[in-house]
Design a protein around this ligand. Structure first.
Ligand code: MG
Length: 398
């Protein structure tokens, strides 16, 4: 843990909503290989590297949360406090998070309260939020409305048309003097009052809330369309598309299994090699290194170095994927071919795809694994060894 910071950012991620797609809560859904929560935390850290980050999660989501955080860069993980467990409502969840911050040896002076479903909070917005909390004690970002707003009654009849110029759609992060919002939350809880956002809680305690300039790009991901829009925005930021190739061969020796893509496959021989001789992982690793022009597997993990003797090749592959992420890029696609007469790859194909995808931290639909024999020709045809070829397509920032 780093030194106590006067600034904390509390991210609310306790929601159960899975409206956007798969059965898991949307904050743990993948956005181009990283969870929505991980992307949001990365954006917050990039905007305020000095801030302590605390996430409020649902008690059932601990494993999903841990996996999201484990995939983050080490420098970011050092700013992350243990998660707080949410309550029955968003308000109760925020309160639990504030109490966890209060329990720190040195509680923050300023707290920003943010939704996990807003991954596009940029540094300028966060800077405005911090300034607004300092200057006003309670503040929220607001954006002007493009549409006219009508208030209607139960029959659908318009009863009022508020003046649009005076209306704002309110976003997060909302920004507060820490003691002020903690006290307001405690009072609201003691009076069993429920509010829709934290600004309203500050208002209820009698504190004026300042609206500062929000950002239309800081939108909340709710629907499937929102996720598609977010993915295309993220892809637009990765215009530098590169392809690398990899090729590898290992000889058969006595043994009872071979490693392919991190999966142990029963066979009447093993493969010889300094590491675990995972010919497929080696080809994919070299393809990724080729795409980013970072040498080859041997230059990163010299076979002469005894520490790699018997090593799991997933270490090499994960390292190559980390290099891509470290550049702010992504692995867009892997297409690999295994060449052998035996073992039969078909029955293991999906397991191998899933394993490669997990090691690299990419979605499985971006990983293709194919197999072919060489019609009993050449060294693979004579079953003296196996070969693997791979292409990696990588996208990098411009
Ligand atoms: Mg090799």
């Amino acid at each position: 843990m780093t030194a106590p910071s006067p600034l904390a950012i509390l991210t609310v991620a306790g929601g159960r909503g899975s409206r956007a797609g798969e059965g898991i809560p949307k904050q743990y859904r993948s956005l181009l290989g990283e969870t929505l929560l991980a992307r949001t935390l990365k954006a917050l850290h990039a905007a305020a590297p000095q801030a302590l980050l605390l996430t409020v999660i649902h008690a059932d989501d601990r494993a999903l949360y841990d996996a999201s955080v484990a995939a983050l860069p080490a420098a970011l993980r050092e700013t992350i406090l243990p998660p707080a467990i949410g309550g029955a409502s968003r308000q109760a969840s925020v309160r639990n998070g504030l109490e966890a911050l209060q329990a720190l040896e040195k509680p923050p002076k300023i707290v920003l309260i943010h939704d996990a479903a807003r991954p596009f909070a940029d540094p300028a917005l966060i800077a405005r939020a911090i300034d607004a909390a300092r200057d006003h004690g309670a503040a929220a970002p607001g954006v002007p409305l493009a549409d006219t707003i009508k208030e209607i009654d139960a029959a659908g009849t318009v009863v009022a048309t508020p003046e649009r110029a005076r209306l704002r759609a309110v976003q997060t992060p909302q920004a507060f003097d820490f003691e002020l919002i903690l006290k307001a939350h405690r009072t609201a809880a003691s009076q069993a009052l429920e509010f829709t956002d934290d600004a309203m809680i500050a208002e209820s305690s009698g504190h004026a809330v300042h609206i500062f300039e929000g950002d239309p790009g800081n939108f909340k991901l709710t629907s499937r369309e929102d996720f598609l829009r977010a993915e295309s925005l993220l892809l637009n930021d990765l215009p530098d598309i590169r392809t690398g190739q990899g090729y590898d061969v290992h000889a058969f020796v006595a043994g009872d299994h071979v490693w392919l893509g991190g999966v142990s496959i029963p066979h009447d021989h093993g493969l010889a090699g300094h590491s675990d001789a995972d010919v497929l992982s080696h080809a994919v690793t070299d393809a990724i290194l080729g795409a980013i022009a970072e040498g080859d597997i041997g230059s990163h993990f010299p076979p002469s170095d005894p520490q790699w003797k018997g090593a799991k090749s997933s270490i090499f592959l994960a390292h190559a994927a980390d290099l891509v992420r470290g550049r702010g890029g992504m692995i867009a696609h892997i297409d690999a071919t295994i060449v052998c007469e035996a073992p039969k790859i078909g029955p293991h194909r999906e397991t191998i795809r899933a394993s490669l995808a997990e090691i690299m931290g990419v979605d499985i639909d971006r990983v293709a694994v194919k197999a072919t024999t060489s019609e009993r020709l050449g060294f693979t045809g004579r079953q003296e060894g196996m070969a693997a070829l791979a292409l990696a397509t990588v996208r990098l920032p411009g």
